[in-house]
Design a protein around this ligand. Structure first.
Ligand code: CO8
Length: 264
């Protein structure tokens, strides 16, 4: 599809933003293509996604500055909404999405990475919210997600100064979970996705929903969110087979087997 490539490898889907000539900057077409790609993921067979950028230099170098440069107030709001709608779709996508950040993740690039469940990056990666240097605020959720992911003080420092940080600092402040040499990044992301994909898919989905929904409410309500999603699992084949397998193992270690979870 246009600016986005999609490949399924067993239970993993790999989404690659493919506009390397503009360092994978997000124009309206890229946002539309990404949205359509997420809509097309076969949720019956795919259990985890990897999101990365084409080329060796950039994950996403931000929203497209050329496209934004002539926007009116109303058009700016509409462009912000287009990005925000997509990033919410990613954040709430039923299955985990891993951002494999292979270079620049600036402005909208850092923001799309932050809408993913997990971020890992190459040692060449660079993160930042340069918007105030361009006369705008972060407009694809940066003020909100960065403050929640790192700390309000660190988010404010990064956003107010528009300073870019390298992979090691992103790791230190908890923006990414791990740093790899560039050539090892995608294999590591696929391995992580495969590890997730071998677990019970309904349980994994419910964990994502429990963490996301629970973070939006106070602890008393959050616990209820968890209880309901926990309860739901007891209607699944995966729970019955997963627990039965554990009991079989206790009974006779020779009966150990790999549980083929069924997503049902
Ligand atoms: N938008 C459009 N084109 C871009 C962008 C971008 N964000 N970033 C890079 N490009 C293009 C360049 O124009 C250049 O194109 P061309 O070859 O036609 O001149 C090509 O990509 C290669 O870029 P450079 O030659 O600049 O490559 P360098 O290696 O010299 O520099 C940098 C790499 C440092 C990443 C540099 O390109 C840069 O600073 N880019 C802009 C980074 C930036 O400021 N990003 C934030 C943008 S603002 C944003 O994302 C706001 C999000 C919220 C929007 C909400 C809207 C309401």
């Amino acid at each position: 599809m246009g600016f986005v490539n999609y490949e399924q490898k067993d239970a993993i889907g790999i989404i690659t933003i493919n506009r390397p000539e503009a360092l994978n900057a997000l124009n309206s077409q890229v946002l539309d293509d990404l949205s359509a790609t997420f809509d097309s993921v076969d949720l019956k067979t795919v259990r985890a996604l990897v999101l990365t950028g084409a080329g060796e230099k950039s994950f996403v170098a931000g929203a497209d500055i050329g496209e934004m440069s002539t926007l009116t107030k109303a058009e700016g709001e509409a462009f912000g909404k287009k990005g925000n709608d997509l990033f919410r779709k990613i954040e709430e996508f039923p299955i985990p999405v891993i951002a494999a950040v292979n270079g620049f993740a600036l402005g909208g690039g850092n923001e799309i990475a932050m809408s993913c469940d997990i971020r890992i990056c190459s040692d060449t990666a660079m993160f930042g919210q340069p918007e105030v240097g361009l006369g705008i605020t972060p407009g694809f959720g940066g003020t909100q997600r960065l403050a929640r992911l790192v700390s309000p003080g660190m988010a404010k420092q990064l956003i107010y100064t528009a300073r870019n940080i390298k992979a090691d600092e992103a790791y230190r402040i908890g923006l990414v979970n791990a740093v790899y040499p560039l050539e090892e990044l995608l294999p590591a992301a696929e391995k992580l996705a495969a590890t997730i994909a071998q677990n019970a898919p309904i349980a994994v989905r419910n964990c994502k929903k429990a963490i996301n929904d629970g973070l939006q409410v106070d602890m008393d309500k959050a616990i209820v969110v968890e209880e309901k999603l926990f309860g739901d699992c007891f209607e699944s084949y995966d729970q019955k087979e997963g627990m039965a397998n554990f009991l079989r193992k206790k009974d006779d270690p020779a009966k150990v087997k790999h549980v083929a979870f069924k997503n049902e």
